[in-house]
Design a protein around this ligand. Structure first.
Ligand code: HAM
Length: 432
């Protein structure tokens, strides 16, 4: 029979790799807690209009990439292509604005975009995102960028380049849009069909079109930085000086416009040379108009999202050491039926005390059991035979150092083992 395979652009995260995911997720949750950022979980599918209104009708994401379908009740629903829209909906729906500002949320979520799958570009991918509501100060932009930067440091990721830009507010953008429209109208025949339709509705979107002809035509286009109003200029200067004050290096890159419509003022990306064509690992910015557009009161807001698959690709390329998982702390090998039973009882007792113990479950020979313990990465082993049972004495062996410690099998084996393993742990070096 034909084996059914995973969908193109999706990945299984298998044992051996899933531990790496858990390790980076743990750091993210921990850093978020230190920064007073609480977790928000929103559904994987939402009313399609949520993304049309927030991400924007003329974006690649909405025009080409959404997983949209009609449910059995005839409603149009869409698998979330990103996390911001759902966070804003939830913020409004549950009156989260009633708590003191700034409200700070993070999420770890799968996202879905029907893109051409390639290395670093998937149809199902995962984001760690942060959204802050209720602050317009440039310090908040710099603080958010510093948070992302600190996260990369903690994960031992090196050589990232931080690029920042300001794309202004609706007031300064009106002038800019006029200039862009004039520029692209002269080059209309080089644009793809989608971009030709964007010319009237939203010419800024042409700047991030992935079609080679459009990218070529966009070289030399007017730059938003030359059109900023005084308030937006002052805000951008404030962000830069706040970043300078905490020694975060950045490059002002006027070509960064981001692919989603909700951004205003600051936008930023962290890029890595270790990623190939899909070089952006993290992107974000301000979206001061979005909450109001979605039906709330005017509320300044900002955030970013980081692609976990891309993050792990960089970490792999840079050979970052991950904390070694210890799926098995103690393997209790046994010779004979009585010892097998005793090993089983002991393993169950140890697990109740949160000690990862394993024993023979398939009737292997002692030799095969020891090989299996090695495969499990058991830190310690204990061999039980008739002799050990009779005397009530066993020997726990540290598989790394070879050190042996006698244990009394009839008295608090959990406590005795915990003391042995804590001693060994103290001597171990931990990575991030
Ligand atoms: P975004 O730039 O579309 O921004 O996505 C953020 C990150 O998600 C990217 O930098 C990348 O690492 C990852 N990513 C995006 N698409 C894919 C894909 N097809 N395959 C693998 N990884 C991908 C947003 O989504 C905004 N919601 C960020 C934000 C939050 N802005 C404000 N708040």
């Amino acid at each position: 029979m034909e084996l059914i395979k995973a969908q193109r652009g999706t990945q299984d995260i298998l044992p051996g790799n899933s531990e790496r995911w858990q390790a980076v997720e743990e750091v993210m949750r921990d850093e978020a807690a230190v920064n007073g950022i609480s977790e928000i979980r929103t559904p994987v599918f939402e009313d399609t209009r949520l993304f049309q209104r927030s991400v924007g009708e003329t974006t690649d994401v909405v025009q080409k990439e959404m997983y949209t379908f009609e449910d059995k009740g005839g409603r149009s629903v869409t698998l979330k292509p990103e996390g911001t829209a759902g966070a804003v909906r939830s913020y409004l729906e549950h009156g989260l604005y009633n708590s003191p500002a700034p409200q700070k949320f993070y999420y770890l979520t799968p996202c879905y975009r029907y893109e051409k799958a390639q290395a670093g570009r998937l149809r199902e991918f995962h984001q760690f995102g942060v959204e802050l509501f209720g602050t317009s100060l440039p310090l908040a932009d710099a603080g958010l960028i510093a948070f992302a930067n600190g996260l990369f440091d903690r994960l031992c990721v090196k050589n990232l380049k931080l690029k920042i830009n300001s794309i202004g507010c609706p007031a300064c953008r009106a002038e800019y849009t006029k200039a862009l429209k004039a520029y692209f109208t002269e080059r209309k025949d080089r644009l793809c069909e989608t971009c030709r339709s964007r010319l009237d509705r939203n010419p800024m979107r042409i700047l991030d079109c992935k079609e080679p002809g459009c990218a070529e035509a966009a070289k030399g286009a007017p730059r938003i930085l030359d059109y900023l109003c005084d308030d937006c200029k002052a805000h951008f200067e404030g962000v830069k000086s706040a970043l300078d004050s905490i020694q975060i290096e950045y490059e002002v890159d006027p070509s960064i416009v981001r692919g989603l419509d909700y951004y205003t003022r600051t936008v930023f990306e962290f890029v890595s040379a270790d990623l190939g064509a899909q070089s952006t690992v993290c992107g974000g910015g301000r979206y001061d108009g979005l909450v109001e557009e979605m039906g709330g009161k005017p509320t300044p807001a900002l955030g970013f999202a980081l692609g976990i698959e891309r993050l792990l690709m960089i970490m792999e390329a840079q050979q970052v050491e991950f904390p070694e998982p210890h799926p098995c702390e103690l393997y209790i090998a046994s010779i004979g039926e009585a010892a097998q039973k005793r090993a089983f009882q002991m393993a169950c007792g140890l697990r109740e005390c949160s000690i990862a113990a394993a024993c023979d479950e398939v009737g292997r020979s002692l030799n095969a059991q020891m090989k299996y313990a090695d495969k499990l990465g058991a830190q310690f082993t204990l061999v039980l035979g008739d002799d050990e049972l009779e005397k009530g004495l066993g020997v726990v062996k540290n598989m790394k150092t070879g050190e042996k410690t006698k244990v009394n099998l009839n008295n608090d084996i959990e406590g005795q083992f915990a003391a042995i393993s804590t001693r060994a742990e103290d001597e171990e070096d931990l990575s991030f």
